[in-house]
Design a protein around this ligand. Structure first.
Ligand code: G3I
Length: 374
């Protein structure tokens, strides 16, 4: 009888563990050997990838890792290659996780992305301080150069794409006010405040002349004013000799898109080819939020109508991305997370933003997207 109770207790504990992992209710992970591969399906259009974390790729036999290996041919580290993790203190770099990630990608013929060298968020304060006060513009620029050069040259020839700066255009359409822009300002006196951005791109180009250097931001696909601001900023920087190879569209979108409007916004950025004929666009963080950005609604119900809309959203987006690929301007699409259960959008409300559910099952939308490829 005692043993029987122990078995019941152990089984209950296992069930709790399985169901509460990642703050999401979920059953047992299921790796589907027979499922089609999305990166294989789109191989003539673009690479398809996901943002992952180091624990997802630790055990090649885990269902998560097997799914990654089968489904994706490009990967981004969701958090572990950001400044707060790579370079938390001056002159102290912690490369272990990123090293392992790059090794994993190389061993498995996957293109690793570097995310992100300079950002106003997840960036340690030491970059901006000197003694008790603000660092001078010279010191911040020196630190940018050291930071970018050290990281990019370590992975020279191995990490082929870098988000050099992230989210530098603010929601008001101006250059985002951040410690970077405040402290460096218009250092060269040419009338713009892009100097910290230019310094980062120049250092990256010098460290690895063959790496693809991206300026990455959100809402470019949905806000024409933001797309225009980005266009103007990149145009000016290109004309001033800043080596920008591409624009990253994060694409944290909502459920339902205006296809034509989105196409127009991509076109605005495509016109930068008039200044840099080789300029490319990358989709860097695609997901579909089930709620409006300012909503605080009841948890969404996965009704038939909702799921249909979700599928239409993803298929519309992929259709548009295929058109861009046909124009030769897009060759990489990364989704921001491996599955629903680990998405950053699972924050307070249950969210279902990915093409893979929290049991690692491929959703109907997944199959609908793959069916776009004849
Ligand atoms: O690691 C700590 C842990 O030690 C601590 O106990 C826990 C308590 O909150 O926090 C953990 O850190 C969290 C980190 O993710 C790792 O899970 C941070 O609080 C949390 O803020 C952080 O969120 C990340 C967010 O960037 C930060 O701004 C998300 O995971 C990540 O998906 C998100 O990614 C960004 C892209 O880099 C840029 N574009 C937008 C995108 C979504 O916000």
């Amino acid at each position: 009888m005692k043993n029987f109770s122990r078995i019941i207790l152990a089984a209950a504990a296992c069930a709790v563990l399985l169901c509460s992992c990642g703050g999401q209710t979920r059953g047992q992970f299921a790796y589907d050997e027979e499922a089609p591969s999305i990166c294989e399906a789109f191989k003539d259009y673009f690479r398809v990838g996901a943002a992952v974390n180091s624990w997802d790729i630790e055990d090649p036999e885990s269902p998560q890792c097997k799914t990654i290996l089968k489904q994706f041919n490009t990967l981004t580290l969701e958090n572990e290659s950001k400044p707060e993790n790579l370079h938390p203190e001056e002159n102290k770099y912690y490369f272990d996780k990123f090293d392992e990630f790059v090794d994993f990608c190389e061993e498995n013929d996957i293109t690793p992305r570097g995310h992100t060298l300079i950002w106003h968020s997840q960036c340690p304060d030491w970059f901006f301080r000197d003694g008790g006060g603000d660092a001078s513009a010279e010191l911040v620029l020196e630190r940018i150069k050291d930071h970018v050069t050290t990281i990019v040259s370590r992975y020279k020839g191995r990490v082929k794409t870098w988000d050099v700066v992230n989210e530098v255009i603010g929601d008001d359409g101006q250059l985002r006010f951040s410690e970077w822009s405040r402290l460096v300002g218009d250092y060269d006196g040419d009338g713009d405040n892009f100097d910290f951005i230019e310094a980062a791109f120049k250092a990256a180009r010098e460290a690895d002349p063959d790496a693809r250097l991206i300026i990455n931001d959100y809402s470019l696909e949905s806000s024409s004013s933001k797309a225009i601001r980005m266009y103007n900023a990149v145009k000016k920087m290109l004309e001033d000799g800043t080596p920008i190879d591409g624009v990253g569209f994060q694409m944290h979108i909502g459920n339902g898109i205006d296809y034509e409007a989105m196409k127009e916004n991509f076109k605005i950025i495509s016109r930068l080819r008039e200044v840099n004929p080789d300029l490319i666009i990358e989709v860097t963080e695609l997901d579909v939020n089930c709620y409006g950005w300012n909503e605080a609604p009841a948890d969404v119900e996965l009704t038939k109508d909702f799921l249909k809309q979700f599928s239409t959203t993803y298929t519309d987006v992929y259709k548009l991305l295929m058109e861009l690929s046909d124009e030769g301007i897009l060759d990489s699409v990364v989704m921001w997370g491996l599955h629903d259960g680990v998405s950053w959008l699972n924050n307070g409300h249950k969210n279902y933003p990915m093409l893979i559910d929290s049991d690692l099952k491929l959703k109907d939308a997944y199959y609908d997207v793959i069916a776009l490829v004849k």
